[in-house]
Design a protein around this ligand. Structure first.
Ligand SMILES: [Zn+2]
Length: 249
């Protein structure tokens, strides 16, 4: 690390759990972020400011005025521009050292798999079950750690599926692909702005812990946030031995 990096990351370096060694791991890390919206904003902002070496952002949408209430990586002047371009501009202004790759495309299973292969961790900030399941399948197949999050109304949830561990549950153990789960989109249901910030920030924290090998992640637990009562609880998550995605055939 050069002098400027030692200064920029000094508050991380001061933490004995991270230190120079941990910061160097972050600088060498590659993170794949699915979605540059309400969750993707705080995820990308913290991973970039913390110096994660390569950030790949996938989102095919353009910034809409209705996004700005919570999607804090975007600015009013970016309305109409692709979200990944808007995010890249904001992130470059915060930390020009980070390489941000913006993919303005709707990624399907094959594409997610090809991208995930090339990254150390996958962070899911998408807003629909089809994408979440495609991301999960790729991570199960490639044994990549997956940091999953969701936010709608006043409710949030976060889980880490550390699929490097053969005993880890996967997203489909929790929400089977054949389940009746219906997408509850912010566009229809509404969402309390800071809930996306809290959930995305927790996802960023878990990602930095995974990349540095620091502390205990949420692996094996599901964190549930009720922002209306401001209550947080975690429940244990077990691998489903009959899971259609991760159970051995
Ligand atoms: Zn599973």
């Amino acid at each position: 690390m050069n002098d400027e990096q030692l200064l920029r990351y000094s508050r991380h370096i001061l933490l004995p759990q991270i230190g120079i060694e941990g910061q160097e791991k972050l600088l060498a890390a590659r993170a794949l972020v699915i979605g540059a919206g309400g969750l993707g904003s705080p995820i990308a902002l913290y991973l970039a400011s913390a110096g994660v070496g390569v950030l790949t952002l996938c989102d095919d949408e353009a910034v809409d005025l209705t996004n700005l209430q919570r999607q804090i990586v975007h600015r009013t002047e970016a309305v109409g521009r692709k979200k990944v371009e808007s995010a890249r501009a904001t992130l470059a202004a915060i930390n020009p050292e980070v390489k941000v790759v913006g993919l303005a495309e709707r990624v399907d299973g094959k594409r997610i798999e090809a991208l995930a292969r090339d990254h150390d961790v996958v962070i899911d900030g998408s807003d629909n079950f089809a994408t979440r399941h495609a991301v999960n399948r790729a991570c199960v197949k490639l044994r990549k750690p997956l940091v999953s999050g969701a936010a709608v109304r006043f409710d949030g949830q976060v889980a880490v599926f550390d699929l490097r561990d053969a005993d880890s549950a996967c997203y489909a153990c929790l929400f089977p692909e054949s389940g009746e789960s219906e997408d509850v989109r912010c566009a229809v249901m509404g969402v309390f702005a800071p809930v996306t910030g809290i959930v995305g920030s927790i996802q960023a924290a878990e990602t930095l812990k995974l990349l540095t090998g620091t502390g205990e992640t949420l692996a094996g637990r599901l964190l549930l946030l009720d922002a209306l009562a401001m209550q947080v609880r975690t429940i244990k998550l077990a691998k489903d031995p009959g899971c259609a995605v991760c159970a051995p055939r």
